[in-house]
Design a protein around this ligand. Structure first.
Ligand code: F3S
Length: 395
């Protein structure tokens, strides 16, 4: 790889041990994937935040970095933590877990990382521009940034995103390059898609087939960003899709090459079968909405549906801190709480220790959550529309 003089100096340790280690990691990745140079990044987003996911070794690694004086060079945002950082006690998160989680947050804070704790940084203060190079690691956010915004990022791991944040650059390979952004599959959608969970089901189905390749969708209805985030998150979880194009909806679809793509059909039968596969359970003991973290529109919808209702089971709406605060101002939080639900910030059903909190069956409307809950959290899953989940939580 060709490095600039400044990058050589970082590598030689002139900016400290952590910066040198970080540059070594980036150069190694660049060598493996055939990059010729480093490129500056506009922002980074670091996953591997929950104590549940990284445990003591991850905590020690981060505390060590903070002690050695690691500092990020570009705006860097955090993925969800294992609990609501402010209301964890009220939400009954275990105290021992909270203590460890706060140590991790403090290490990130000392490195200058913004403690946004959200998988939707683009809704919570970090919106990249079209074509901007970034280094993000949350797979659903990677998909959204690449596909819906047209920014450019690989699916970074937590350590490589942190290294890029510390150096302010990343190696120029993969999705940073035009030639790697062309589609391989043509997904012909004929099913009628109306709800966010329909898009989650489509994403789950497609991710299983295309794995880490790029799909090009036709036949999608004229939807907004909430549905597209649900679609991308599910594909990133059941497969490893980091970029998709959708005719009339995503910016690079117009000039994507459409010849010689492998065709896949998604009709009513596939939609119905996918719901059945994703939803082996019927009777959730908790319902969690907001994977990826709920937008204001989604929170408002839940509040509308819960107005005047009385839930018999817990219901969480997971979102970012900014959205939670705005929902409080708007009165949505009050409506949801009156019905017996909660708005939970900074975390989600997958990275929170919900199995330790006694839950066994979770109701979700997210293809990503449905993919991860059985393995990561030992949960049975009910998959359905928000309306069906609320009904199930009211019984
Ligand atoms: Fe976000 Fe958690 Fe889903 S990190 S994408 S809400 S699994």
């Amino acid at each position: 790889m060709h490095l600039t003089k400044e990058e050589e100096r970082v590598l030689a340790g002139e900016h400290g041990e952590v910066a040198a280690r970080s540059m070594r990691l980036l150069v190694k990745l660049g060598d493996i994937y055939g990059a010729e140079k480093m490129i500056p990044i506009g922002s980074a987003q670091v996953a591997g935040v929950s104590y549940k996911s990284i445990g003591d070794p991850g905590r020690d690694f981060l505390e060590d970095y903070a002690r050695l004086g690691a500092k990020v060079k570009v705006p860097t945002f955090l993925n969800p933590a294992g609990m609501d950082i402010e209301d964890w006690e009220e939400l009954k998160f275990p105290k021992a877990f909270a203590y460890q989680q706060m140590r991790i947050m403090e290490a990130f804070r000392r490195m200058g990382i913004i403690m946004s704790a959200s998988c939707t940084p683009y809704l919570a203060g970090n919106l990249p521009r079209y074509g901007e190079h970034i280094a993000w690691s949350e797979s659903s956010a990677v998909s959204f940034a690449n596909s819906v915004i047209g920014a450019r990022t690989n699916r970074e791991g937590g350590p490589s995103a942190l290294a890029a944040a510390i150096c302010g650059v990343t190696a120029d390979y993969g999705y940073h390059r035009d030639e790697n952004r062309e589609p391989h599959f043509h997904i012909k959608v004929s099913a009628k898609l109306e709800y966010s969970s329909d898009f989650g089901a489509l994403g789950w189905f497609v991710g299983k087939i295309v794995k880490d390749k790029i799909p090009y969708f036709t036949g999608l209805p004229d939807v907004g960003t909430d549905e597209l985030k649900a679609l991308g998150a599910a594909m990133a979880a059941s497969g490893a899709v980091a970029l998709y194009h959708a005719e009339g909806l995503t910016p690079e679809a117009r000039w994507a090459k459409k010849e010689n793509l492998q065709a896949v059909d998604f009709g009513e039968k596939e939609l119905k079968d996918t719901y059945a596969k994703l939803s082996p359970a019927k009777d959730p003991d908790i319902v969690v909405i907001g994977c990826p973290h709920a937008s204001m529109k989604e929170i408002a919808r839940v509040a509308q549906l819960l107005d005047g209702k009385h839930l018999k089971k817990p219901l969480w709406v997971c979102t970012s801190r900014v959205m939670k605060e705005a929902a409080r101002r708007m009165g949505y939080a009050e409506t949801i709480e009156k019905a017996g639900g909660k708005i939970v910030a900074d975390t989600c059903m997958v990275v929170a220790p919900i199995e330790e909190m006694g839950f066994k069956t979770t109701g979700v409307n997210s293809g990503k959550a449905a993919s991860y809950l059985p393995g990561h959290c030992k949960q049975n899953v009910m998959y359905g529309r928000v309306e069906d989940l609320i009904e199930a939580a009211s019984k």
